[in-house]
Design a protein around this ligand. Structure first.
Ligand code: ZN
Length: 241
């Protein structure tokens, strides 16, 4: 028996609705989080701005110091299996422009963190139980959307970081971006970073001088794919790369 084309289409549509309906169910914190590589792939194929870009490949001159892949973070233990940094394509393009402009004055960027899988945010939240310094599992972080980046400035000559008010992830009041009881050069460095990031669409979080949200973060879904899963999708899409 020949099945009419319109019925075939209806069946395919029905099946895909079931698949999406199942995968996009809210988690126990009431959030929809993309944790299926196929759904991420489809979203990225539909709209390239959804692609999570590997910053080390996209901006080869960028320096990485991914603290959550080491013990040197507020948890005292590694959360990531590897030292990687990803951002959504428009944010990565904007960050490339920041790096270019900084390079002209002998400076560069050092990244502490970019895209953070949602499950890492849940780990932080359960440990800290404080939503000033850790995003709530009930909202997720802008890092989970691939639209937030933690970073500092380095000198290209020495490859060392410039003096900033505190270390990364400090809970000290000195980490607040309007804190003024600091040496003039420290204020100058901090304000230079905040200013150049703002110029390219990154808004500073006022309790953390190192944290910046990309202006369009609301457009992007919360994600929970590991760096390995992102690599796997990348190698399947570009097998000869
Ligand atoms: Zn951050």
């Amino acid at each position: 028996m020949k099945i009419p084309y319109s019925i075939k289409i209806a069946v395919i549509f029905f099946l895909s609705t079931i698949l999406y309906g199942q995968e996009l169910r809210k988690n126990k914190y009431g959030l929809i989080v993309i944790d299926n590589p196929k759904i991420y792939y489809n979203l990225a194929a539909k709209d390239s701005s959804n692609i999570l870009v590997d910053l080390q490949k996209f901006i080869p001159s960028i320096k990485l110091d991914i603290r959550y892949s080491t013990k040197n973070n507020f948890l005292g233990e590694p959360v990531y299996k590897s030292a990687r940094a990803f951002l959504r394509l428009p944010a990565a393009i904007a960050l490339k422009k920041v790096q270019h402009e900084l390079n002209l004055i002998g400076l560069g960027l050092k990244i502490f963190d970019g895209y953070r899988p949602y499950s890492a945010t849940v780990i932080f939240y359960n440990k800290v139980k404080d939503t000033i310094y850790a995003a709530s599992a009930y909202t997720g972080s802008r890092h989970n959307r691939g639209c937030a980046v933690d970073l500092t400035l380095i000198s290209l000559k020495t490859r060392k970081p410039l003096d900033m008010p505190t270390d990364f992830d400090s809970f000290d009041i000195k980490a607040h971006s309007d804190y003024l009881k600091l040496p003039p050069n420290v204020i100058k460095n901090r304000d230079l970073l905040i200013g150049i990031m703002a110029k390219y669409g990154f808004i500073n979080l006022d309790s953390e001088w190192w944290h910046y949200d990309f202006k369009d973060w609301k457009k992007f879904d919360l994600m929970d794919l590991s760096f390995d899963q992102l690599d796997k999708i990348d190698s399947e899409v570009y097998p000869n790369k």
